[in-house]
Design a protein around this ligand. Structure first.
Ligand SMILES: [Zn+2]
Length: 411
């Protein structure tokens, strides 16, 4: 039988280290050379083991369900433990083709009940979603929680430090503080190998579809406990209309309890355009500049202004009548020629839903772009999905194949 046996939880000032043993055939999906360690920028030595175990449990729960494994623990927080069956339902409903089995064997269930304070937290990466959530809840002055080792590699110290500087700057602008968490949680799982198993049966990869949501949330447990936080916001990336599978979803996140702290999947009713308008409105009203970090280049602390996501965000800000340079994008006008060329040469495909929305906003604000030849193309361009492009390529390929066959036959 597959088992994950936690041997020891070592809590030392601001660090947690887990010692564990993995038993059974599912072992191949874990990287045995990687250790699971977490470092906080606050002292967590007073946080009980039953809370400090939560980041580990949230990280391995989905894999334990998929491979019907038993997690063996000494102790766990009562409210969190009881919430597991509730947020598990979110996964079960999301993936009807996957069986969610597994169980937890725990010796001691600990009641850590506390009266919550007025403090709230918000996961913060610096992206459009997180910035919009911060602005929406600015009056609650959420403590920003940044998890390093999620979208940025845990060993990429330069990028981590540069992003950290920007987040501290943002925290200052909103009269709040930021707590940084550095964790190797992502690296203990061998994604390439598990994806070969899970992607064909679920239609999503392990990190995006199963792991990242609750694993990220779990890392806030010691912080929630120390501050007796009322609520922690995690910004949504999608809306209901998107109809996508994703490990971070209101049907999962909103059911997680970190002892007495609740989780709120924020902004699910707003699309990326709405969130960009929310950010622009705040900057205008408060005469402030903010720095977004949206880039697909995970080793770049700045926005590269060369990737699809940078292009897309620059265009959506412009479509809404604002200057992207006031939101952390440093580029010269050659960027517009590059975008147009890449679309015309079909180098950029996909994300059609976003580009169609951006085009609609340009059309709505057409008067403002009259005579500006940098944007002329976008008013009539037909955006193509990767799927359609693949169909074209196959059609051309088959036609060529047919002709070649005919030719050989004649000969
Ligand atoms: Zn970029």
């Amino acid at each position: 039988m597959n088992k994950f046996v936690v041997k020891d939880v070592i809590i030392n000032e601001n660090k947690i280290k887990y010692n564990y043993e993995i038993i059974g055939p599912w072992k191949k999906y874990f990287d045995s050379k990687k250790e699971f360690e977490i470092e906080y920028t606050i002292d967590i030595s007073q946080v009980p083991v039953s809370i400090c175990i939560i980041p580990l449990v949230t990280d391995i729960l989905p894999i334990s369900w998929i491979f019907d494994a038993e997690i063996v623990l000494e102790e766990i927080d009562k409210n969190f433990y009881e919430s597991i069956k509730e947020f598990k339902k979110g996964f079960i409903n999301m993936y009807p083709t996957v069986k969610f089995l597994g169980k937890i064997r725990v010796e001691k269930i600990v009641d850590n009940t506390y009266d919550v304070s007025e403090k709230v937290g918000a996961f913060f990466s610096g992206g459009v979603d997180a910035m919009s959530t911060l602005i929406t809840h600015k009056d609650e002055m959420p403590i920003l929680i940044n998890l390093q080792g999620s979208d940025i590699d845990v060993n990429d110290i330069d990028t981590i430090n540069n992003v950290k500087k920007d987040i501290l700057n943002t925290a200052e602008k909103f009269n709040t503080e930021a707590i940084f968490v550095r964790s190797t949680f992502k690296n203990i799982i061998r994604h390439r190998i598990i994806n070969l198993y899970i992607s064909p049966i679920s239609g999503d990869n392990y990190w995006h579809g199963f792991q990242h949501g609750i694993a990220i949330i779990g890392h806030a447990a010691p912080i929630a406990y120390l501050y007796r936080m009322k609520r922690i916001y995690i910004a949504s990336s999608f809306t209901k209309e998107d109809k996508v599978t994703c490990a971070s979803d209101p049907t999962i996140d909103n059911y997680v309890k970190l002892s007495n702290t609740e989780i709120y999947h924020d902004g699910y009713n707003y699309n990326r355009g709405d969130k960009i308008r929310n950010i622009i409105k705040y900057c205008r009203e408060n005469n402030k500049e903010l720095k977004l970090r949206v880039c697909f280049d995970e080793h770049n602390p700045e926005n590269c202004c060369r990737c699809e996501k940078c292009y897309r965000t620059i265009f959506e800000i412009i479509a809404n009548g604002y200057d992207p340079r006031k939101l952390g994008f440093n580029y010269d006008d050659s960027v517009f020629k590059n975008i147009e060329r890449e679309f015309n040469n079909k180098i950029m495909l996909g994300h059609t839903k976003h580009w169609n929305r951006i085009q609609k906003t340009f059309i709505e604000n057409e008067d403002k772009f009259k005579g500006d030849n940098r944007f002329e193309w976008i008013f009539t361009y037909k955006f193509t999905t990767k799927k359609t492009a693949k169909k074209w390529i196959n059609k051309i390929y088959n036609a060529v194949k047919k002709r070649v066959k005919k030719y050989i036959w004649r000969k």
